[in-house]
Design a protein around this ligand. Structure first.
Ligand SMILES: [Zn+2]
Ligand SMILES: [Zn+2]
Length: 368
């Protein structure tokens, strides 16, 4: 008899998850490890995937940001990774079983040779393979990170995609010398983590949003940052125009107002209005980091790129060394996601809440 387990399976695009018993994954082989899922959080990409816009194969168990406890370890798992049963790991969905031979895998920056989250041939948990909305999951030992002792597990899941994405955006090489950074869509899942990261990194942060709920949430985030909150200015783009937002970021000794601008803007929303605001806030020779992917793309003006020398860069995922650096940083500075938990049986209620525009991150806690 095959062992079964509970899972939330997307069987049709545009339909709710189906909660059902499916076969438990087999024993892990090669670089794989089998984990018992502890927490699994819902990401915007899950909503896009469920809508059918990414046209991957179904059925699929959703979720690409989760955490669990190791149950069994495959034969080729490197000893240096120190993966053994009982250890907790955080799992980002990207780069399951990369090819190890492509350009990305053989030029892995500071990650181990043969492994890259940018490998175009790798699988993606929760998208091309089953992800975290199930009791057990097969994951790649090279894609995960060990969770530091004492770190709360339900805080880990939202950091694996939302956290890492905005962490990597803030650490883009073009931002190495940036001091003043705007985060557009700052009151969302990625944004509220980005504001905390940026403030603790010592950046001056302009946290921008456009609705009362998100702005109230941002003010709470600023307050909870205590002294680091002094680095954060919250702006309501419905009331504050570009000139006043630039003025908020003015520091003693800054050059005349008309020359001022920010060093970088991180665009999290999919709206053209956010893009346009972001680019106007920037000073010449600075950088827009685009993290969102609107269906019809963004329109940019050649004037901004040519005459003002604005650089547009995209940022998607972070590397594995960044994943562990981020967790240690979160532990040190007590960066935390605003988390609302649900049992797996309530996954479709979680999705409904998501579409209502709830602040923070919605997370399945398998213990509930
Ligand atoms: Zn995601
Ligand atoms: Zn590869």
């Amino acid at each position: 008899m095959v062992d079964t387990m509970q899972a939330a399976v997307l069987e049709e695009f545009g339909q709710p998850y189906i909660l059902k018993q499916i076969p438990r994954p087999p024993q892990p082989k090669d670089h794989d490890i089998l984990i018992k899922v502890l927490v699994a959080s819902y990401c915007h990409t899950d909503a896009i995937f469920a809508s059918g816009a990414m046209s991957k194969d179904l059925p699929c168990v959703g979720c690409h940001e989760f955490a669990g406890e190791i149950v069994a370890v495959g034969g080729k798992v490197s000893k240096s990774l120190e993966m053994s049963p009982g250890i907790r790991v955080g799992v980002p969905g990207r780069a399951y079983n990369p090819c190890s031979t492509c350009f990305e895998c053989t030029n892995p920056d500071k990650d181990p040779m043969g492994y890259s989250p940018f490998c175009p041939h790798a699988g993606n948990l929760g998208l091309t393979r089953d992800g975290g909305f199930q009791e057990y999951c097969l994951v790649d030992s090279r894609q995960v990170t060990k969770i530091p002792d004492g770190f709360p597990t339900n805080q880990v899941a939202p950091l694996m995609c939302a956290g890492l994405t905005v962490w990597a955006a803030l650490h883009h090489e073009r931002l190495r010398h940036a001091k003043k950074v705007a985060i557009l869509g700052a009151g969302g899942g990625l944004g509220h983590l980005g504001v905390q990261f940026a403030a603790h990194l010592g950046l001056s942060v302009l946290a921008i949003d456009a609705n009362d709920k998100s702005l109230a949430f941002l003010r709470k985030v600023k307050q909870e940052l205590e002294s680091a909150g002094d680095n954060v200015q919250v702006a309501d783009v419905r009331k504050d125009d570009v000139a006043s937002m630039r003025a908020m970021m003015r520091e003693t000794g800054d050059k005349p107002m008309n020359e001022l601008g920010l060093d970088a803007a991180i665009i999290l929303p999919e709206s053209q209005a956010a893009f346009d605001t972001g680019i106007k806030l920037l000073k010449n020779h600075s950088t827009m980091v685009i993290v969102s992917f609107p269906k019809n793309g963004f329109h940019f003006s050649a004037h901004d790129l040519v005459f003002r020398d604005i650089t547009l860069v995209g940022s998607l995922v972070g590397r594995n060394y960044q994943l562990s650096e981020m967790l240690l940083f979160c532990q040190k500075f007590k960066v935390s996601a605003d988390v609302k938990t649900f049992p797996l049986s309530q996954i479709n209620r979680l999705v409904e809440e998501y579409h209502k525009g709830v602040s923070g991150k919605l997370v399945v806690d398998m213990k509930l």
